[in-house]
Design a protein. Structure first.
Length: 469
């Protein structure tokens, strides 16, 4: 990964440079956070040129750094490579000499007050701001349910919502803790009060679906002191939603597969099956909240808006956008678990077709890599042969040229001074033995290439979002 040289924000100025501003974007998940992160990653060099530090060296490094700050396992596992990743991020911010830095980690809503204090202390000296993107519950609840299904859970939409309403944060793990712990703006932001001034705690509302596509970015950029028009927004939308039929199919598949689905299957289920195949089906219908929840959603949304106003948080956007919008009149509301098998089963046929196409594509990629690597393997063999010859020469041995005296195995063929009977034959035998060893030569290259297409261990895509459950 190429390094991005810090930009001296104080260059050419009189007196001490103004204090650096640091923006912690702490969620919530499913509110356009992936899109914002992709825009910043795509534009990280331009940000640096403008004096803005985006302090990660991999597109998903924000996730492991957040886990390290939280000291939290994900999917019941902890990878030692995550140790110290928050320190790496915070030191990059701390040593940056430009005028601002932005870190976006959508699970930072789970911090304790002590962890929030540690995050602020670790980037000093700086003027720290906290940004929370909030979306209305009528869209957020079904979106989060879909995310749980993509992480191999089997809970139905109505049970998911019923438990969250009735039990709140005490709903069955991981749903209660993660939904209310990450999506309740008042709960999340209260933990930062007293650590930073209230005027530096910001709520950014997610526009309704009828708004211009770049409005979320424009709001975020303006809040963080960036020029919204100064960056390239042509980035892939990797977190596209599935429709109601597709999500219900995947939920039933999870239930049928049961314990056969493991951590290693996570990236395949989430990224390939969920996002690349099922989310791309034509004619998919969005997941709508069943009508029996409309009254509760409205009341809870009004309560949330009042809490944000009463706390005096800075608002970018319009708090009325947190109120639910009625579904289109001509679009029926489908309760996922009420779908019949005849309505769900056709998804399986399209999924099989998509998986076959993926296999064909991967086979082509493997063949292309083998073709490209073959000349490199031949060059490596020649280099190794030259090194071996040089080593023998340094040891006082004589290496006979190919086709010269002793090439057929006679006296002096590749032996020490004075000749070593059978030297050529020994080399031939050694060559044959090496060719017959498992993993030698071409076969090894094939296995190494194939391994590169195995299950990914990217955090956030493989494990269930259930911490230690």
């Amino acid at each position: 990964m190429d390094e991005i040289a810090p930009i001296d924000g104080a260059a050419g100025s009189d007196g001490p440079a103004p204090m650096k501003q640091v923006y912690f974007h702490v969620g919530a998940p499913k509110t356009g956070t992936t899109y914002i992160q992709q825009v910043m990653w795509h534009n990280r060099r331009r940000l640096a040129e403008n004096g803005v530090c985006y302090p990660i060296d991999h597109p998903t490094a924000h996730f492991t750094a957040s886990l390290d700050l939280l000291q939290r396992r994900w999917g019941g596992r902890w990878d030692e490579s995550w140790d110290g990743t928050w320190t790496t991020v915070s030191e990059r911010i701390q040593h940056w000499t430009g005028d601002r830095a932005i870190f976006s980690g959508e699970i930072m809503g789970l911090v304790t007050p002590a962890q929030a204090q540690r995050a602020v202390d670790s980037v000093q000296p700086a003027e720290v701001h906290v940004v929370f993107t909030a979306r209305d519950l009528a869209r957020q609840l079904p979106s989060d349910w879909q995310e749980q299904v993509k992480h191999r859970h089997t809970i139905t939409l109505t049970k998911f919502v019923d438990d969250l309403i009735r039990l709140g944060p005490k709903a069955p793990r991981p749903f209660g803790e993660l939904f209310w712990g990450l999506h309740d703006a008042a709960h999340v932001l209260h933990k930062w009060k007293g650590i930073i001034p209230t005027e530096r705690i910001h709520v950014l509302t997610v526009p309704q679906v009828t708004a211009r596509p770049d409005l979320l970015w424009r709001r975020f950029a303006s809040l963080c002191g960036l020029d919204p028009d100064g960056y390239d927004l042509d980035v892939p939308r990797d977190n596209t939603a599935m429709g109601v039929v597709e999500t219900e199919f995947l939920r039933r598949f999870n239930a049928s597969a049961g314990k056969a689905l493991t951590y290693e299957h996570g990236p395949v289920i989430n990224n390939l099956v969920g996002q690349r195949i099922l989310a791309g089906r034509e004619g998919k219908q969005p997941i709508r909240m069943p009508p029996q929840y409309a009254e509760w959603i409205t009341e809870r949304s009004e309560q949330l808006i009042a809490e944000i106003r009463d706390n005096g948080y800075s608002v970018t956007g319009d708090l009325d956008e947190l109120l639910p919008s009625p579904p289109p009149r001509d679009e029926p509301v489908i309760v996922p678990e009420d779908l019949s098998d005849d309505e769900v089963d056709p998804v399986a046929l399209e999924l099989v077709a998509g998986l076959i196409q993926e296999v064909v594509s991967l086979r082509g990629q493997v063949q292309n890599l083998k073709t490209r690597l073959k000349p490199q393997g031949q060059v490596a063999k020649k280099v190794a042969a030259k090194k071996a010859a040089a080593k023998k020469a340094a040891a006082g041995e004589t290496v006979a040229p190919r086709g010269g005296p002793g090439a057929g195995g006679g006296p002096g063929a590749g032996g020490r001074q004075g000749g070593r009977p059978g030297g050529g034959n020994r080399r031939g035998a050694a060559k044959k033995a090496a060719a017959g060893r498992p993993g030698a030569g071409k076969g090894q290259a094939t296995r190494d290439i194939s391994a590169s297409f195995g299950p990914s261990a990217q955090p956030g895509s493989g494990p269930r979002a259930d911490d230690e459950a």
